[in-house]
Design a protein around this ligand. Sequence first.
Ligand code: F6R
Length: 638
Amino acid sequence: MSKIDLTDSLEKIPVKIFSSPQEGSVFVANEIASLIRAKEAAGKPCVIGLATGSTPKTMYAELVRMHREEGLSFKNVITFNLDQYYPMHKDALQSYHYFMRKNLFEQTDINPDNYHLPDGMVPKDQIKEHCLAYEKQIEAAGGLDLQILGIGVNGHIGFNEPGSGIYTKTRLINLDNSTRLANAYEFGNMSQVPRMAITMGISTILKSKSIILMAWGQNKAPVIQKAIEEDDTEDVPASLLQNHDDCLFVVDESAAGELTRFKSPWLTGECTWTDTVMKHAVVNLSLKLQKPILSLTNNDYNDNGLSDLLVEKGDAYAINLQVFYLLRDSITGWPGGKPTEQRSSHPERHDPFPKNVLLFSPHPDDDIISMGGTFMRLQDQGHHVHVAYQTSGNIAVTDEFVTRFIDFAVGFENMFDIDDTKSKNILDEAIEFLQHKKTSEKDTDTIRAIKGLIRRCEARATCKYVGLVEDHVHFMNLPFYETGTIEKNPLSRADIQQTIDLLNTLQPHQVYCAGDFADPHGTHKVCFDVILAALKEIKASNAEWIKDCWVWLYKGAWQEWDIAEIEMAVPLSPDQVIRKRNGIFIHQSQKDTVPFQGSDDREFWQRAEERNSNTAKIYARLGLTQYAAMEAFVRWKF
Ligand code: F6R
């Protein structure tokens, strides 16, 4: 593996940062391919330790592409996977055996005798023996040449949960609750996630001649920072990789975001003091010292590694004022621009008024959850607001919920003696399917259609509540989503074309979309990529309207922007908070429990309220006016 210089003294493991998970994945696939070819040329087998999960999927796809298009052969490759749930049959949809067969093994020429995974069905009293044999098999193959790793948000590698020591070997372990929650998306609900797993130990991993750990997305950023920059500790098992001398972390920009060289570049060497860097530094300083920005002193700057900024800008008060104004000017109750006031510091243009506004919502409730207050303000302030629901969101409706609607339909027919054979057949077939549905079984087209209809009705009701007219509501049902499983199709021409057509028809002055780069394989990211591809094509076609179109990003239900990143903060009054809450409540199918909830068990309205009130509180702590809540946006200059 090519060695990389450590950028500065704070980083204890070399890290290579890519602008996207795709580019990082191609890099790792190339490293693996070079190793396979080098070993083949030397007449030796290539022994690789493999990981599963969402992180390595694109890398496996690239290896498969290299096999098909560039003749990369796996005949000489022997693999050992890190782990397997326990108990878990190797053919179960969630088994890592199934994952590997589908994503790599069955798509290449690897000899089936050459791939190994821990057996998730080995009887309990034989587990120790099985684990020992696994270690012996690795040794007999000549030891691992390269180990590929992902990382859990709690710092686990393989399933070595916090507390796993440096001498641990392959063994049965209990999964952390946080891991079970994080992986719940692969299962129908949390109770179906196994409680145990067999995993290679830390010592097994450290024995590998080289190691590459991959991580994508903002939610991995805090643990990546800990593993790379802080002291090694069993509490963050990935930090134990600091003890290996040929280990490389391959991450995307979002996962690298908490490293000191990005988060506080002034602490790691020379730094160019742009407005953005200065805003970050001063906001961090104010929050750290719990002092409003306008109260920060020269000493505060000097004592916290910001003397360089003082030298450049003169004195604390000048810096304080500059950052205070930047924050103040981001606040507006007029997200579509204030028609009566022409102010260059306002986040939006006052002209034209009213604006054509197109709000893209990945799922049928992201609009109201993530920017409900702004949505209502835009409508109330007289803009021509349209909403485009990008996907049907049908997999997030429970079987119990759809059954209630089917019962209603049957009752309705009976009550009014409706004798329609087609409708009866559809309902009978739906009832029959639901009665015998197996855990994690894919829904029939009919059930998916009914679930989609339920969500459509909820979205339509929300739009009515906000005041939109019927023809301003667009249901796109983008094809990439319609697989009936958590696993989606790749983005296609049809998705992009549909988006281009809608944009060209509406010619919006403002586009709002979910800017979630955190989950590289999630629906929000694909929805964003579709819009981006569509906008780029329209721009290339020189359409006149696009020259006057601004794109604003909001964050989905899971995260919020860093305070210093926010370019438009829209305050909500206490009454608007309640109005927004009631708007979210309309999505009854998403209340209480939903399938694939992820690692946060709060309801969506709670997440939204806590997040919006938190943003308002942070603005107040920085010394700005205290609002009840705030929604936040960042402008995307494509
Ligand atoms: C998978 C494994 C785990 C994952 C980690 C990250 O074989 O051992 O350590 O690498 O949980 O999972 P994802 O990639 O889904 O975020």
